[in-house]
Design a protein around this ligand. Structure first.
Ligand code: DX5
Ligand code: ZN
Length: 213
């Protein structure tokens, strides 16, 4: 299991130290939540701050866009060269075109599904995606309760991936902790995002290691 701490729950007054600490604690990716105050009822950080995060991080960035105008934000964040750039299928009329645009930037494209969105909505995009991110909370805030129906959804998605023989990874985001990690691994999840669970721990290495099942 790969672990991507979400910096939404870090101490933003000490953001540099926090990024250094999670990278030294052995995380695999640094998950960055970009919210525009329209697609979700919260507002986070833009390219100026994310650029500082990219400089401090020794691990690749995993940028999760929760915005209305995906194309505008893809163009804004692509110069920061994240490993993954993910956008919500619920907010995109031309997902295939946007996937190609992200790939043309040399970035791995990923699509995010809200809790109500079925995996069938992206069946014909799977071959072009490097990752699918399943939300296990409603997007917008850290520290929410895990929605267990994501487990069935991950299993269904895994079957689709195997049937189509693609290399698409499955990432789950929201309410992940040491209580649900085994079930997530069993459902075929490859990467977990964990915000509150990692950043509220006194020892980031122990918290990250406890998710490596
Ligand atoms: C929610 C974000 C998540 C969030 C996860 O909209 O996408 O990445 O920070 O935080 P926890 O792990 O605290 O649920
Ligand atoms: Zn996220």
């Amino acid at each position: 299991m790969l672990v991507a701490p979400s910096i939404l729950s870090c101490d933003f007054g000490r953001i540099n130290e926090e990024i250094t600490a999670i990278c030294e604690a052995g995380c695999d990716l640094v998950h960055v939540d970009v919210m525009d105050g329209h697609f979700v009822p919260n507002l986070t950080i833009g390219p100026v701050v994310v650029n500082a995060v990219a400089k401090a991080a020794t691990k690749p960035l995993d940028i999760h866009l929760m915005v209305e105008n995906n194309t505008f934000f893809v163009d804004l964040f692509a110069p920061l060269k994240p490993k993954y750039l993910s956008f919500h299928i619920e907010e995109e009329k031309h997902p295939h075109r946007l996937i190609q645009k992200i790939r043309d930037y040399g970035i791995s494209p990923a699509i995010v599904l809200n809790p109500h969105t079925p995996p069938s909505s992206i069946e014909y995009l799977l071959a072009d995606l490097d990752m699918v991110l399943l939300m296990s909370v409603n997007p917008g805030f850290g520290g929410q309760k895990f929605i267990p129906s994501v487990l069935e959804k991950a299993s269904l998605l895994k079957e689709m991936i195997e049937k189509r023989n693609t290399k698409t990874l499955i990432e789950v985001d929201g309410g992940v902790n040491n209580q649900n990690i085994q079930a997530l691994a069993h459902a075929g999840v490859d990467i977990v995002v964990a915000g509150n669970y990692v950043f509220s721990a006194s020892d980031y290495t122990c918290a990250i290691d406890s998710l490596r099942v």
